[in-house]
Structures are given as structure tokens and as C-alpha cells.
Design a binder for this molecule. Structure first.
Ligand SMILES: Cc1cc2nc3c(=O)[nH]c(=O)nc-3n(C[C@H](O)[C@H](O)[C@H](O)COP(=O)(O)O)c2cc1C
Ligand SMILES: [Fe+2]
Ligand SMILES: [Fe+2]
Length: 398
């Protein structure tokens, strides 16, 4: 049986990208990424759901021909207009001049704006349906800001299959198989947290609104735009997205983020990590903010309840690599974290105040008084750091 066959009516026609090194020109792709696209065939009509990135247009068209030969797909349903899914629209229209582009009003305005395509479109509203024959009925649900304003989801009623767009997606190209039951999925879970925290992390509230719209809808198959098609592990995947979008950590571990030019602040970060381990914390991730990629730091920050941030004062403000992390945390409105701040300086302490204002702006919970020190930490200050980390550990282990 072809691995691209998801059911009698649904085939996978997406592609793997193992060439792009940074998604959205920012986020590293050590295991690649897939742009998932699906072909749904009903008794009367055929629809493509979701598209692929521009340079994979021909590959997608080959996949379509593989399944329906010279028949022409009738509809292209666009759940999300970010160009990783819409880039090939123009080429699809060239290959299939009569294909009708289906989207909501915002989608269709973007199709025109990005690709200059304005004819043969079908505008749908929240709750509208489209029939591909008596055996296939599709229903559209608007889910704005998961992850752009035009985003919607398509539900195949008879097969209880949800085409969810970026929601429930993850980094990591597919390795042969498409459906979770046909593969070892373990590699995708860390990449799901990293994808969520980098890409969708700011829109937790909207993910929650979208989830609530499907509270009473049975979903047997979850077809996202990135990563495996979920069937066996749907509840686990939805659970992860639910927790992450509530800004609830996945465990009681600690992320230690530090910046340091000459090692003095680093020693405090190392000391905090040691004290956390000695107090019994098992999940500890330590990042040098000048070296670690932002997406891996964010992923750990979304995962762990504890957060230690140590940074020097630099030109009367916060050391820039750490400021970058703090801004990313503030942009995403990360909440529900127990935080310990450590600031260093040589002549005028500014790091602690700067870090504090970020933390206060997002309402995270501080576990202890910030620790401020000058030049090299004294034995007393190192002990103060141990004690504060110990108190943080005790709170996390409660
Ligand atoms: C380019 C540069 C600018 C700095 N600006 C300040 C500053 O404005 N105020 C201050 O108190 N210390 C400043 N420092 C000193 C650092 O905060 C200092 O290195 C501190 O002791 C942290 O040490 P670490 O890099 O060994 O972790 C600066 C250091 C450098 C290299
Ligand atoms: Fe997107
Ligand atoms: Fe996407």
C-alpha cells in the first residue's frame, strides 16, 4: 500500500524540505521540515487542501498526477496563506487553469496581493460547507491568528478528519511514512515544542479559542501542514498544544540562560545549575545566550517551569544576547514561570533592573530577590546564588 494513502478519499501530496537551513529565515531546521498538502477525492469533485512552498510546485503537481492522472482537481482550499503553504498557487493555477481557489475574504485578498490571482475564487465564511459528492462534505471553521489572521481549518465530516493548518504542526521532514501509526514519532515531539514556541508562541489565546471551537467535534485523523499526520497520538499532540497555549510548562525543570564576556557571570550561572541539581531538579538546560540558537532556548523556556537568567550590564543596559532572549519571551507573553535573575556589572548595575522590567511586563512570578554583583562574585555572593537556586528548586519540587 502506498504510504501517501491516508484513507480511501485522502492522499498526501506534500513535500519535504531538507535544503532550507532556516525556516522564516530565522529558525534552524536540523531535521528539515515538511510542507503538507492533501488531495481529497469525492464522487463528483476533487480538492487540494493546503499548498507547498514555491520551489516545490512541480513536485506537488507530480504527486497529484500520480493519484488522479489526467483528471483535473476542481478546488484548491487554502487554510493558511503564509508562503510556505501558498507559494505554489500561481504554478498550480497555470497547470490547472480552471481550479477554483477556496478561502475566506481575508485569504482571497492575500491571494491577490501576493500572487495577483483574483479570478475563479470561492469565498467561504465560518461554518460554510463544500460538497465533493455525497461521500465527501467539507466544513470550514475560521481560526484567526493560528497563525495569521486569515487562518481557517477544514473538517471532512464523513471521515472525521481535521485539516488544521499550522496548528499541531512540528519541524522535522517526513522520512518515508506519513501517518504516525507507520513510523517512530519520538523525534517529532521535541521539534513540536520548538516549532510551537518559535512560530505560534505569541498566539496562545487564539490557539485556545480554536481548540474550544472543536471541543465537541470528533477528530479521528489530524492532518496538519507540518510533520506527521496524527491518528494514534492525537490526544498527546492536542494535549501538548493545549498546555503550551495556556503557557503551562510541560515539566518542573529549569532553563538557565546566561550571557558572559569574561566568565564572571557564567560562574554564577554554573553555580545556580549545580545547586539546582543538588536540590534534586533533574531537567536542567543551560544555554550560553551568545551561542545557543534562540529557538532552542525558547523551546526549553516553554517546557520548563523554572527559569534562571544571568546577564552582565553592557553600555548601561542589558547584555544584548540576553536582551534578545528577554524580548522574545516578552513578545510571546510567557507566563507561569518561577524566575531567578542574576545581574552583574563592573561599575553601575543596570542588568537587574532591565531584566526585572521585562519579567514584570509579562507577569511571570519571581521566586527570589534578584542577585546583583560587581566584578567577580565573592564567596558570599556565590553562596547567595546557591541559596536562591535552592529556594527555586524547593518551590518547583513542592
Ligand atoms: C563593551 C563592554 C561594556 C560594558 N558596559 C558596562 C556598563 O555600562 N556598566 C557596567 O557596570 N559594566 C559594564 N561592563 C562590564 C561588564 O558588566 C563586566 O564584564 C561584568 O563584570 C560581567 O562580567 P563577565 O563578562 O565576566 O560575565 C562592560 C563590559 C564591556 C566589555
Ligand atoms: Fe504559518
Ligand atoms: Fe506553516
Amino acid at each position: 500500500m502506498k504510504v501517501s494513502r491516508i484513507s480511501d478519499h485522502i492522499h498526501y501530496i506534500g513535500v519535504n524540505d531538507r535544503t532550507t537551513s532556516r525556516f522564516e529565515a530565522m529558525w534552524p531546521l536540523p531535521y528539515g521540515v515538511s510542507y503538507n498538502s492533501y488531495l481529497i477525492t469525492g464522487a463528483d469533485k476533487t480538492a487540494i487542501v493546503d499548498g507547498v512552498e514555491a520551489c516545490y510546485a512541480l513536485r506537488q503537481i507530480e504527486h497529484i498526477r500520480d493519484i488522479i492522472g489526467d483528471r483535473k482537481p476542481d478546488y484548491l482550499i487554502i487554510n493558511h496563506m503564509e508562503p510556505d503553504h501558498s507559494g505554489a498557487i500561481k504554478m498550480l493555477r497555470d497547470a490547472y487553469p480552471d481550479i477554483v481557489i477556496v478561502g475566506n475574504a481575508q485569504t482571497l485578498a492575500m491571494v491577490n496581493g501576493f500572487y495577483g490571482v483574483a479570478d475563479k475564487t470561492l469565498a467561504v465564511k465560518d461554518g460554510d460547507t463544500l460538497s465533493l459528492g455525497a461521500d465527501v462534505n467539507l466544513r470550514f471553521t475560521l481560526t484567526p491568528m493560528v497563525h495569521w489572521p486569515e487562518t481557517m481549518m477544514t473538517y471532512f465530516v464523513e471521515e472525521e478528519t481535521l485539516f488544521s493548518g499550522d496548528a499541531f504542526g512540528c519541524f522535522g521532514a517526513l522520512a518515508g511514512a506519513v501517518v504516525d501509526s507507520d513510523m517512530d514519532t519520538s523525534r517529532y515531539f521535541p521539534e513540536m515544542v520548538r516549532y510551537y514556541s518559535s512560530i505560534v508562541g505569541k498566539y496562545g489565546l487564539f490557539v485556545q479559542k480554536a481548540l474550544r471551537k472543536f471541543d465537541n467535534v470528533a477528530v479521528r485523523t489530524l492532518c496538519t501542514t507540518h510533520g506527521p499526520v496524527w491518528r494514534d497520538r492525537i490526544s498527546e499532540v492536542v494535549g501538548i498544544y493545549d498546555r503550551l497555549s495556556l503557557y503551562e510548562p510541560l515539566d518542573n525543570g529549569v532553563t538557565v540562560i546566561y550571557g558572559s564576556m569574561y566568565g564572571n557571570t557564567e560562574l554564577m550561572a554554573e553555580t545556580a545549575a549545580e545547586a539546582l541539581a543538588e536540590a534534586g531538579i533533574r531537567e536542567i538546560d543551560v544555554h550560553n545566550a551568545s551561542v545557543s540558537d534562540l529557538s532552542f532556548m525558547l523551546s526549553d523556556i516553554f517546557r520548563h517551569r523554572g527559569l534562571v537568567i544571568a546577564a552582565p550590564t553592557y553600555s548601561d543596559t542589558l547584555f544584548p544576547p540576553v536582551r534578545n532572549v528577554m524580548e522574545a519571551i516578552a513578545t510571546r507573553g510567557v507566563k507561569n514561570r518561577d524566575v531567578l535573575l542574576i545581574g552583574s556589572c563592573t561599575w553601575g548595575q543596570k542588568a537587574v533592573g532591565a531584566m526585572n522590567s521585562y519579567i514584570e511586563s509579562i507577569g511571570a512570578v519571581s521566586a527570589a530577590e534578584p542577585i546583583a554583583f560587581k566584578q567577580a562574585a565573592t564567596a558570599v555572593q556565590l553562596q547567595q546564588c546557591r541559596d536562591a537556586a535552592g529556594a527555586l528548586a524547593a518551590k518547583l519540587l513542592q
